[in-house]
Design a protein around this ligand. Structure first.
Ligand code: DHB
Length: 309
């Protein structure tokens, strides 16, 4: 059985790796991912300067969802550029994730990581947790402009991380825009930007920053994320590789994302909850499911979801 997959010319040994933000902020965490069964090492979204992030508590995980308002805690782009070469020994694709607060910062961050041994660069246009800043991806003109300039500057694999959209036409515009400029992949989706969880006993929000409102992830996100994957796959005519993120916690979740049109999945909330050993479990569950379904090669199933007549 073959569970290898591709993001354009980049080969992944299996269709599963860490979603940015999950277990990938420190050197130690990155080594943990590299040593695990994760197919790639995705780095935490990096900013121009190091950041402490928002005050704690800033993450709440329950069985059905997560709420986070981390506020982009990270060591800063220089740190990640300094340590990235260390990870070459693992022989897995290395993904940088860049997060600017202004359009120009994306270009600066990009120059820095583009020079280093990252194999792929994910442009995070969807961080929901920085007070007073809007989500870049909700401005399609700026989003496409940023990716267009970056595309001209690199032959590395180039992708974009997007938030959920509310309308099919928005997705059509984004998908067509990104295909036309040669973006390689879209990671779908970042957390739903406005979620909250209340502690009913104490009658208080369960996280502190931003009035207790942060990005919603975990199992509750899957229904939203799958629909985004289906529509991006449809409107891009299969020309944009898709990484499905949102509520991946078992082998069947991965299979659903593949049918919907994803080439691979990212694991976020469940990785934070279970730790990097999750990748082996997910691989086993996926392989078991493929055997049951007599699927020889997972690539045959990408986007093969059926629709009722
Ligand atoms: C954070 C959250 C995100 O969803 C993201 O894309 C980047 C950063 C955060 O709060 O750290």
């Amino acid at each position: 059985m073959n569970i290898k997959t591709n993001i354009k010319h980049l080969e992944l040994a299996l269709p599963i790796y860490n979603a940015s933000g999950a277990w990938c902020t420190t050197e130690k965490e990155l080594h943990d991912i590299a040593k695990s069964k994760s197919a790639a090492v995705m780095f935490k979204s990096m900013t121009v300067k190091p950041r402490e992030g928002n005050p704690e508590p800033r993450l709440r995980i329950t069985d059905s969802f997560s709420i986070n308002s981390m506020g982009l805690p990270n060591r800063g782009v220089d740190y990640y550029c300094k340590i990235v070469d260390m990870f070459a020994q693992y022989q897995k694709p290395l993904f940088a994730s860049i997060a600017g607060f202004a359009e120009n910062e994306f270009y600066d961050l990009f120059e820095r990581v583009n020079d280093k041994s990252f194999d792929a660069i994910e442009v995070n246009l969807s961080c929901p947790n920085v007070s007073g800043k809007s989500v870049f991806a909700y401005n399609p003109k700026i989003s496409v402009r940023i990716l267009k300039r970056l595309r001209k500057r690199t032959n590395k694999i180039l992708g974009v991380k997007l938030p959920p959209f509310n309308e099919r036409e928005e997705i059509r515009n984004m998908a067509e825009g990104f295909v036309s400029i040669g973006v390689d992949f879209a990671t779908l989706i970042n957390s739903y930007p406005l979620g909250c969880a209340i502690d009913i006993k104490k009658e208080i929000m369960t996280i502190k920053p931003n009035m207790g409102i942060g990005g919603l992830g975990g199992p509750s996100l899957k229904a939203i994320s799958l629909a985004q994957v289906v529509l991006f796959h449809h409107f891009s005519d299969g020309k944009l590789a898709i990484i499905g993120v949102g509520g991946v916690n078992k082998g069947s979740d991965i299979y659903e994302y593949i049918l919907a049109g994803a080439s691979a999945v990212g694991v976020g909330t469940a990785l934070i909850h279970e730790g990097p050993k999750i990748f082996k479990r997910l691989e086993n569950e996926l392989v078991h499911m493929l055997k049951e379904k007599r699927v020889e090669n997972i690539k045959e199933k990408i986007g093969k979801l059926k629709f009722m007549e």
